[in-house]
Design a protein around this ligand. Structure first.
Ligand SMILES: C[S@@+](CC[C@H](N)C(=O)[O-])C[C@H]1O[C@@H](n2cnc3c(N)ncnc32)[C@H](O)[C@@H]1O
Length: 281
């Protein structure tokens, strides 16, 4: 007899208590706030995991995640719960600011370090690379260093792969497709891959934004966009404090357009909506 439930056997519906256990775990480990209105989302996204794991209930699956000493099950859980929506050149004002304000300030420097903190499937860090490389037009300075991080290993794997369908590239200016991508053929017809020499300039790494401390260097610009909305105020406050400590003097923090630092204490100066700056000293 095969072990585990038969395929057709339905799993028990998510109870309120199970939902609370899962949301507590997501909050403690990833800062993710799963409000009651996310009940359907959790049922749909985790239901697949419960079935795939051969469990009969959400409780049984939850217990497996908690008992798994390797941490792999926890990573899979966050992969299933996180929202990875993103786009090339999303919120274009940040890329314009980067070119018009930040690049000229850095023209005499050897190095420009930028951190994309919740990079999802890679469109954000690649947009940073394309924008800066296009503006430098082959100039050697400053040398660009991009760190792109996310908690989701699934999203990071896609980001590293750098392969996108043609429809995703429609928001890019004419000429960028040819400059920065290789066109797929055969069964990859309609797909594009970021040129390896460009992808190599980006370091992809898994970092949980709510875990304190890291061995990172200082950055001229930190993109932390469309992730703070999932955190509560105390988590946001701690995060912004840590990000500010990773900015060079005079460096910038970009946040998402539906996010705000209103109501949280932080050491940064307001520059314009969604852009903040660390003091020069
Ligand atoms: C909606 S996407 C934003 C992508 C991109 N920054 C943008 O604005 O288009 C949110 C990303 O935050 C990531 N995320 C959620 N919680 C996180 C955490 N605690 N640490 C790091 N990344 C996290 C998710 O995996 C997801 O890829």
């Amino acid at each position: 007899m095969p072990e585990g439930p038969l395929l057709a056997e339905p799993i028990r519906p998510l109870t309120e208590r199970e939902f609370l256990n899962i949301s507590r775990l997501a909050y403690e480990k990833f800062g993710l706030q799963l409000k009651p209105e996310k009940y359907e989302l959790v049922t749909a996204r985790l239901g697949k995991k419960v079935r795939a794991a051969g469990c009969r209930s959400f409780q049984e699956y939850y217990q497996r995640v908690v008992d798994d000493r390797t941490g792999e099950a926890l990573i899979e859980l966050i992969d299933a719960l996180a929202t990875n929506f993103t786009n090339f050149l999303r919120e274009p004002a940040h890329f314009e600011f980067l070119l018009k304000e930040v690049l000229p300030e850095c023209a005499a420097r050897d190095r420009l370090a930028i951190w994309s903190t919740a990079c999802s499937t890679g469109e954000e860090p690649y947009s940073i690379a394309f924008s800066v490389l296009d503006a430098l037009a082959g100039g050697a300075r400053p040398q660009l260093r991009i760190l792109a991080t996310d908690i989701s290993s699934k999203a990071l794997a896609e980001a590293r792969r750098g392969v996108y369908p043609a429809a995703k590239l429609e928001s890019l200016p004419p000429g960028w497709r040819r400059a920065f991508f290789l066109r797929g053929d055969g069964k990859w017809n309609g797909w594009y891959r970021v040129k390896p020499e460009i992808a190599r300039q980006i370091e992809f790494r898994r970092i949980n934004l709510i875990e304190p401390g890291s061995d990172l260097e200082l950055f001229r610009v930190i993109f932390c966009r469309n992730v703070m909305i999932y955190f509560d105020k105390p988590t946001q406050q701690k995060l912004v404090g840590r990000l500010a400590a990773h900015l060079e003097p005079g460096g910038y923090l970009f946040i998402g357009h539906s996010e705000s630092l209103t109501g949280i204490e932080h050491p940064l100066a307001y520059v314009r909506p969604t852009i903040y700056r660390r003091g020069e000293r």
